[in-house]
Design a binder for this molecule. Structure first.
Ligand SMILES: CC(C)(COP(=O)(O)OP(=O)(O)OC[C@H]1O[C@@H](n2cnc3c(N)ncnc32)[C@H](O)[C@@H]1OP(=O)(O)O)[C@@H](O)C(=O)NCCC(=O)NCCS
Length: 216
């Protein structure tokens, strides 16, 4: 019998009409770091709870590598965070995270994402979130997906709204040393407003044990 692949995520690929999503690899992370260096949002807004973008561009790029290496290294079936690098026309334009704790029991996932500023506003954010939702609901067997965005982040809130999420209360956060309201969002499988395209997912079966997916 062949030995199991110690890192089956390298074979996982999600294809949507314009995008290809793969769990992060080092060559792609360097491209993602360059997107971060170029800029993720205007300086007057802060879409993230941890204000990781509030540093000089070179440090921002290095922090992308540190963060993703750390998350990749700590992936376990009991708790994981997969950072899909999002490529359009072969180039990394941003990242779409899908995470879960004890997925085999909870059947719940969470998402987070960002795109390089120059790639925003063209429907990519919606397409990449829809792609990982289809992966979670249809391939992993998720029942529910959660997300969240600051009340002053209309683009992210709109992406969630378009896909069928409903508000699920708020959380008060400290952001840049001030109070800020985060809107929690929840999407049940049946409420998912599916796009009019089908997801092609390759390399899924080998990843299921690594993601704690149990059948039944
Ligand atoms: C959030 C993000 C991933 C969305 O990706 P995107 O490709 O820009 O989003 P899309 O183009 O798919 O959709 C954005 C929607 O928000 C709407 N929108 C954008 N800015 C808006 C504004 N200021 N007011 C109202 N609506 C707005 C767009 O019109 C679009 O809705 P529509 O399709 O109904 O017209 C991206 O903008 C981003 O990376 N932002 C910076 C980081 C960030 O906020 N990450 C999320 C943290 S929770």
């Amino acid at each position: 019998m062949e030995a199991p692949d110690p890192w089956p995520l390298r074979h996982l690929v999600l294809h949507s009409p314009r995008l290809e999503l793969r769990p992060d690899d080092d060559a792609g992370l360097l491209e993602l770091a360059e997107e971060a260096r170029r800029g993720v949002h205007p300086p007057e807004v802060m879409p993230f709870v941890a204000a990781w973008t509030d540093v000089d561009p070179d440090e921002r790029a290095r922090s992308v590598l540190r963060y993703h290496w750390e998350r990749r290294a700590t992936l376990r079936p009991e708790g994981w965070s997969v950072h899909f690098l999002v490529r359009r026309g072969g180039c990394v334009v941003g990242v779409q995270e899908l995470q879960a704790e004890e997925f085999g029991l909870t059947r719940e996932v969470g998402t987070g994402s960002w795109l390089g500023m120059r790639h925003q506003g063209d429907g990519i954010g919606t397409e990449m979130r829809a792609a990982v939702l289809m992966f979670a609901f249809d391939h992993l067997g998720a029942d529910l997906a959660r997300s969240g965005a600051f009340a002053d982040n209309p683009a992210s809130l709109r992406v969630s709204e378009k896909l069928g999420y409903r508000p699920d209360g708020t959380t008060t956060r400290a952001r840049r040393g001030r109070r800020a309201v985060e809107v929690r969002l929840l999407l049940e499988r049946a409420a998912f407003r599916r796009p009019d395209w089908a997801l092609q997912a390759d390399g899924v079966a080998g990843c299921l044990p690594a993601l704690g997916v149990t059948r039944g």
